[in-house]
Design a protein around this ligand. Structure first.
Ligand code: PA5
Length: 433
């Protein structure tokens, strides 16, 4: 993998003995995952998905065909309707790869049904009236309330705008057989893709759930999958903790958790990775937070948050450890203008790149936090592109499964999500509740 783990700043917190005591349990967790003998093993189809997709290119070709058909429509907007694992991975990749200020050329990706806010959806509908959109409705179950309502609203708009031709602008990604979205796709003749039975929502970013919208936005899904396949090879074929980055990360999390660090902060000095952290929070939070167990996953973006929650991290309740995502080469750089003057106190920095200052801010923060009793683990990416994101996404999925097994929970279910749904159905008067 091009992305490398860095444990140098953990020395004060984790001993060789901690690692050697944890190692057999991590090896056992790895076995459980790979032998499919652990809890929820029927949902481990994502483990070999990258290599499967490269071996049998049917799905990738289907997506490219749809991409070519959609290109003829020349959409300026792709609407992804979905919630949780059905949208976060797509948004993470899109935000990481897209320019901060939208430019012409590539369609803009917008989201719906990831919450129930009426103001958002009213404004989205008004926005879409004057756009040339293609809609992707994504739901594994095909029955989730938030995306179902959004889809109904957007479908009505598309039918009003395009009449019978609306169907050619709508694509469904859902279960092969079950759910209302599958029936709608059949009845209305929407093009559709299948979310495999053995891949759960938050592990589905490298299935059509993430690949289709990312391809329609003009990014290389082949590179994404190639990156993930490199990670798959490295993490599934090596059971030595010191050289298997996912085993190492899972072990570190477990050891720190046992030492009272109950909150993990995923932090970065690169704001384009903000949504990646959101995806990561869902992945780890929904996979580990059950049976009164779990490490609470939170995220911060530095240096912005150093001027907000930084005080708490440095000096407040000592419950944190940090995982930094660093990026070697930024997409762009800016030189601090050489003015030969110190009227703004910046003479000592003139001619330096802003990325250099950001890097030093990162190093300074890490040292300060270690001094403040916050263990620091780092993942160093060389740059942000489709390949490195594919690697990272797969790395986190794999580490998450190992971590959950170490914690003694099923990584692949989410029984707690039902509680609010049951209450909501009852309050809304849904038949049968
Ligand atoms: O990880 C999961 O399974 C969940 O977060 C789902 O992705 C989320 O609840 C959306 O479900 P669905 O895709 O069935 O609409």
């Amino acid at each position: 993998m091009k992305t490398k783990p860095d444990v140098n700043l953990l020395k004060n917190f984790i001993s060789e003995q901690d690692i050697s005591q944890t190692e057999p349990f991590v090896v056992q967790a790895l076995r459980k995952l790979l032998d499919k003998s652990g809890a929820g093993s029927e949902f481990t189809g994502w483990v070999n998905l990258p290599s499967d997709l490269l071996k049998n290119k049917t799905l990738l070709s289907q997506i490219i065909q749809v991409q070519k058909r959609v290109e003829k429509i020349n959409p300026d907007t792709i609407v992804v309707i979905g919630i949780g694992g059905s949208y976060l991975g797509t948004k993470a990749i899109y935000d990481a790869l897209s320019p901060v200020f939208p430019n012409a050329g590539k369609p803009q990706l917008v989201f719906a049904g990831h919450q129930l806010d009426s103001s958002y959806h009213k404004q989205l509908i008004d926005f879409l009236r004057n756009r040339n959109p293609v809609v992707i409705a994504i739901s594994k179950s095909g029955t989730t309330t938030e995306p179902a309502i959004a889809f109904r609203i957007i479908r009505a708009l598309m039918e009003e705008k395009y009449g019978e031709n609306a169907s050619s602008r709508i694509i469904a990604v859902t279960d092969a057989q079950k759910g209302a979205l599958r029936s709608l796709a059949k009845n209305k003749g929407y093009e559709s893709f299948i979310i495999p039975d053995d891949i759960g929502g938050r592990f589905s970013v490298l299935s059509p759930v993430g690949l289709l919208p990312i391809a329609l936005c003009g990014f290389s899904i082949e590179q994404l999958i190639k990156g993930a396949a490199v990670a798959e090879k490295e993490l599934t074929q090596n059971s030595i903790l010191q050289t298997n980055a996912a085993m190492l990360y899972a072990a570190i999390r477990n050891i720190l958790h046992k030492k009272g660090k109950t909150v993990e902060l995923l932090v970065t000095f690169h704001p384009q990775l903000t949504t990646l952290s959101e995806w990561w929070k869902q992945l780890f939070g929904e996979s580990e937070g059950k049976n009164s167990k779990g490490i609470f996953p939170a995220s911060l973006v530095y240096s912005t948050d150093l001027h907000s929650l930084g005080q708490f991290v440095q000096d407040g309740l000592r419950i944190f450890f940090e995982t930094f995502i660093s990026v070697g080469k930024p997409l762009f750089d800016v030189t601090i203008p050489v003015l030969g003057s110190d009227d703004d106190g910046l003479l000592y920095l003139e001619g330096k790149n802003m990325s250099y200052v950001n890097q030093k801010a990162c190093e300074a923060t890490q040292l300060a936090h270690v001094d403040g009793n916050v263990p620091v683990f780092s993942l160093n990416m060389d740059e942000i592109n489709e390949f490195s994101l594919g690697e990272l996404l797969y790395f986190f999925e794999f580490s998450c499964a190992l971590s959950a097994y170490l914690l003694g929970v099923n990584p692949f279910d989410q029984p707690g999500v039902e509680a609010y749904k049951q209450n909501m159905y009852r309050l809304l008067g849904k038949p049968g509740f």
